[in-house]
Design a binder for this molecule. Structure first.
Ligand SMILES: Cc1cc2nc3c(=O)[nH]c(=O)nc-3n(C[C@H](O)[C@H](O)[C@H](O)COP(=O)(O)O)c2cc1C
Length: 152
């Protein structure tokens, strides 16, 4: 049976809500095993980072400290543990891409951290989702992931 890890970090619950609904969607649409990894919980519970044994997709909100994302304000402040987990033990090689989360009010900074991860690790930004995401976001992202796994 195919397996996918949904690796994420969520501070105010939006990304977590989306990942939980996406897990249900993927389990309903396919017989694959879906495992969620909330990196914030690993850090909080002092669980050491580990190597993933199946493909993953990362889900990442943007929290930048001020600025406009063009000539300043591109420093991430709160979500860095997700990058540490992806960089750990070759997990980046397992990562099919990142889905960015943000708020369009931030204009040029919208989902900027996901774009930075794409550059840093060399995997694509699969999609961008505002706040908790609507049902059409869920279906679109879910279908993309199912399509990617067909080629695995
Ligand atoms: C202090 C702060 C800074 C933020 N900066 C950005 C930003 O630069 N770009 C963006 O698209 N969204 C930004 N957001 C919006 C969050 O990314 C958005 O609310 C996201 O859904 C939060 O995900 P979470 O609830 O899973 O933590 C910011 C939110 C806060 C509270």
């Amino acid at each position: 049976m195919k397996k996918i890890y949904l690796v994420y970090i969520s501070l105010s619950g939006n990304t977590q809500s989306f990942v939980r609904r996406l897990t249900s969607y993927l389990q309903f649409q396919s017989d694959m095993e879906v495992e969620e990894v909330h990196v914030k919980d690993l850090v909080k519970e002092d669980i050491p980072f580990y190597a993933l044994d199946a493909p993953c997709v990362a889900f990442l909100p943007t929290y930048l400290e001020g600025g406009n994302g063009v000539d300043n304000g591109d420093t991430e402040i709160l979500t860095n543990p997700l990058g540490d987990f992806i960089a750990h033990a070759g997990n980046d090689q397992r990562c099919l891409g990142v889905v960015g989360f943000g708020n369009r009010n931030f204009n040029h900074q919208y989902c900027l951290t996901a774009k930075q991860y794409s550059q840093r690790f060399g995997f694509p930004v699969l999609d961008e989702v505002e706040l908790r995401g609507l049902n059409n976001d869920l279906e679109r992202v879910g279908k993309k992931i199912l399509g990617l796994l067909e080629n695995e």
